[in-house]
Design a protein around this ligand. Structure first.
Ligand SMILES: [Zn+2]
Length: 261
């Protein structure tokens, strides 16, 4: 931790356990995490917050550091509503194309800016483009950031229409799902339009919505350990080696939890 980091204000939730990689929550709990990437954005973040507030739902926002710097009031509004924030790099970089020093700077500058601007201490990281290798995961882990992927991607950034966004989420939702959506980086009007129906339908099925820190706290005891064990020991043995692609099944996301059963 850099010595210049100011003292943190209390985070909305207790510090979650540090995991190496997570794409799915506890498969035995009827809880779902909504996540919003690429903000904060002056066009859509407030609209997303309005919908979440209306339904008393908490979510997680993976923010871009340069946008936090540019729109500090929006970042503070997210924290003020009780949502969690994650680190999504400084400028949406493909980290696998960068040097270790550059990777470290992308993550630590963003983490520190979130802290300075909002008072919120983030423990989460999500790699843009889902582009990561062992070195990226190691660096995130060294910064005490858990790397968080997702298990449902309705491809809202391709503007498929409100209907397909809703149906992809509803069709695939299950215990522990992590849903990837976007509140920044382009036209997110379809995402905003889809959100109410997604929340109402999933609540109607008995799901509750949790933040990613809450989901991490609710992981079964063996889950984070077994995940970390799968990829961390070799990573510890070979720091700084050339970028390394994870197994397809690990990169693939939503069967992570099932594999433990
Ligand atoms: Zn992104």
């Amino acid at each position: 931790m850099p010595p210049s980091t100011p003292p943190p204000l209390p985070s909305p939730t207790p510090e979650p356990p540090l995991v190496y990689l997570m794409a799915h929550g506890n498969p035995n709990l009827p809880e779902i995490a909504l996540t919003f990437d690429d903000g904060p954005s002056p066009d859509y973040t407030k609209s997303v917050l309005d919908v979440l507030r209306h339904y008393h739902v908490l979510a997680t926002f993976f923010m871009i550091g340069s946008w936090v710097e540019r729109y500090p009031d929006l970042a503070r509004a997210v924290v003020a509503d009780g949502h969690a924030i994650g680190d999504h790099t400084w400028n949406h970089a493909d980290l696998t194309q960068l040097s270790a020093d550059q990777m470290m700077k992308q993550l630590s500058d963003t983490r520190d800016t979130i802290q300075r601007v909002t008072g919120y201490t983030t423990h989460l990281f999500r790699p843009p483009y889902m582009a990561y290798n062992r070195q990226v995961l190691d660096i995130a882990h060294s910064l005490k950031l858990s790397t968080i992927l997702w298990s449902i991607d309705p491809h809202d950034y391709t503007l498929p229409g409100k209907g397909p966004i809703i149906s992809t989420v509803l069709t695939n939702a299950q215990n522990g799902s992590v849903v990837l959506m976007h509140d920044g980086g382009g036209d997110r009007s379809q995402t905003v339009a889809a959100l109410s129906t997604i929340i109402e339908q999933l609540q109607g099925r008995g799901f509750t919505f949790v933040t990613i820190p809450q989901m991490l706290q609710h992981l079964p005891p063996s889950s984070d350990a077994s995940l970390a064990e799968r990829i961390a020991p070799a990573a510890r043995d070979a720091p700084g080696e050339a970028p390394w692609e994870l197994d397809q099944e690990l990169a693939g996301s939503d069967d992570l939890a099932e594999q433990k059963n």
